[in-house]
Design a protein around this ligand. Structure first.
Ligand SMILES: Nc1nc2c(c(=O)[nH]1)N[C@H]1C(S)=C(S)[C@@H](COP(=O)(O)O)O[C@H]1N2
Ligand SMILES: [Mo]
Length: 253
């Protein structure tokens, strides 16, 4: 089963070449046709790499909410750059310092400076089953499933812990492993009914390992809201016959 959202479109590199982009053109500014005229500065190298202008999603015309008639697709990068209702692309020699790359989509670091142009999404993963709002049905065998991805290429492996990160078990992939795409994983678990803290940790092909939340906070502080890609923890309450036991909640670990 594929777990990707599939877009169909035209390579941005073809459009830029067709339009006669000059060597001094180093940055593009795609602009939306919505009231905000949303725009982001994107380096030409990135634009020429694997960006494209999409007109279809999962085999049908883009829906209005997703940018009909056309939107930009910037594989591996934060969604804010995927400008919808695309109406114009400016070419410049410098970035344009627009709202979405100055007051927004920057990370305020612990030393008070702001990190900017942090386009790529770090490797990330999440357990989708079982997860909060699902109640365990009692001790027994569970096929724990989730999604992993990396903005920098393919995922290499995923480990799952049931005791808050002390012990890890390698999951296997149940979908194709593609560049910068959701990848499904699964791991078998015999739940003995005791309290559990479930986490997943992805490693991508660059060797990057998804960090625990305390480690990410130490590096990035607590003001960073856009790239919070540390591991999340699902707490499973000990089995008590089904009253509250088996309840799952998201806890900071
Ligand atoms: N024109 C335009 N494009 C836009 C936006 C917008 O407000 N206007 N929002 C951006 C943000 S912040 C996100 S998260 C994604 C959401 O894309 P989706 O609707 O396909 O989930 O679109 C991006 N593209
Ligand atoms: Mo967003």
């Amino acid at each position: 089963m594929m777990s990707c959202v599939e877009y169909t479109g035209v390579r941005l590199s073809d459009l830029l070449k067709e339009a006669g982009i000059k060597p001094e053109g180093k940055w593009i500014l795609p602009e939306g046709a919505d009231a905000s005229g949303m725009s982001r500065s994107i380096p030409v190298d990135l634009a020429m790499d694997d960006c494209f202008v999409a007109y279809a999603q999962n085999g049908e015309a883009l829906r209005r909410e997703q940018g009909y008639p056309i939107r930009l697709v910037v594989p591996g990068c934060e969604a804010n750059m995927w400008v919808k209702y695309l109406r114009r692309i400016y070419v410049h020699d410098v970035p344009m310092q627009h709202r979405e790359e100055t007051s927004k989509y920057t990370e305020l670091m612990p030393d008070g400076t702001a990190q900017r142009f942090s386009w790529y999404m770090e490797a990330n993963s999440v357990i989708t089953y079982p997860s909060p709002d699902f109640k365990m049905q009692g001790p027994g065998k569970y096929f724990v499933r989730g999604l992993a991805w990396s903005g920098r290429g393919k995922v290499a492996h995923v480990d799952v812990s049931f005791d808050g990160g002390k012990n890890w078990k390698e999951a296997h992939f149940t979908s194709p492993v593609l560049d910068k795409a959701w990848t499904r994983f699964e791991v078998e678990w015999d739940w003995d009914g005791s309290e559990a803290f479930m986490m997943s940790r992805v490693t991508d092909e660059t060797g990057y390992v998804q960090p625990p939340m305390p480690q990410m906070r130490k590096l990035e502080g607590t003001n960073n809201v856009y790239h919070r890609t540390a591991m999340v923890t699902w707490r499973i309450h000990a089995w008590d016959g089904g009253k509250n036991g088996g309840m799952i909640e998201n806890v900071q670990y």
